[in-house]
Design a protein around this ligand. Sequence first.
Ligand SMILES: Cc1ncc(COP(=O)(O)O)c(C=O)c1O
Length: 339
Amino acid sequence: MEEIDWKNLSFGYMKTDYNVRCYNRNGKWGKVELNSDETINLHMAATCLHYGQEAFEGLKAYRGKDGKIRIFRLDENAKRLQSTCRGILMPELSTEKFREAVLTVVKNNERFIPPYESGASLYIRPLLIGTGAQVGVHPASEYLFIIFVTPVGPYFKGGFSCNPYVIVRDYDRAAPLGTGCYKVGGNYAASLLANKKAHDMGYSSEFYLDAREKKYIDECGAANFFGIKNNTYITPKSTSILPSITNKSLIQLAQDMGMKVERRPVPEEELTTFEEAGACGTAAVISPIERIDDPVNDKSYVISKDGKPGPVCTKLYNKLRNIQYGDEADPYGWVTVLE
Ligand SMILES: Cc1ncc(COP(=O)(O)O)c(C=O)c1O
């Protein structure tokens, strides 16, 4: 068996021992099956290939100091997948089936869960695709649900730090009444070019304003935005952003710390008023924002004056990571401990 270099993992794909699969035929979900094949045999007219009838999810399993494996908020990921299914007419997978599939795939790949000390984790990628052949634009008659896992390195290799973002005005990720609130591949295809341009200019990621007016903050690439001021956690309310499970968790933790929470449209100008701001998601938990540039308008919103993460971001980040790794109590039952 090959040795894994836990210290040098990136956010990439590494083959593991098993994936799990579950088929939907004749309107019914079958059994969760273990599979060791990395490939799928797919009809060339499958709806996922032509009409983007596909959804995915992303969550993580962590190995604690106590050696136990913890999976973070898998029920929330099941619910979000169900919402996506309703949005693009795919059959919903029950939370029980989702849970069974996640636990099965994690258990059978236990040797790929990084040690606590590495700061790495096991990324869990559920995928649901329309596999039935269709030429007209209609939902498929058959579906395949797969989960694969792959070990991934810590997001912050050199320690928790701030990143620069750039407002993109010539691209939209999602329309106000489009699919931005669902986790479907099309949204990510729509973001590739803007993301590449942002990277080429030296930014961590592109920053989206609302597609209709380009006035309000939507998302930071593939992460939600939050700003901190006057002991208040402020995060955009918009129909075109993905409901982040990390954001939902941070909102709860901020309230527990005695902060107020506001979820409302956040105009771009308000960026001048935040004491701290961050991008949040499963990958990084929080990626604190150093500054947000708006090159078209020749503006730069500097959030972190000293280029370092602020106290509130740091506290929220440590609290959430400690719950995920089992270093602190889990008062809300967010974590599923693998038996
Ligand atoms: C577009 C987008 N927004 C936000 C998030 C963050 O969501 P979560 O906290 O559930 O990972 C993600 C990642 O899943 C995403 O792809």
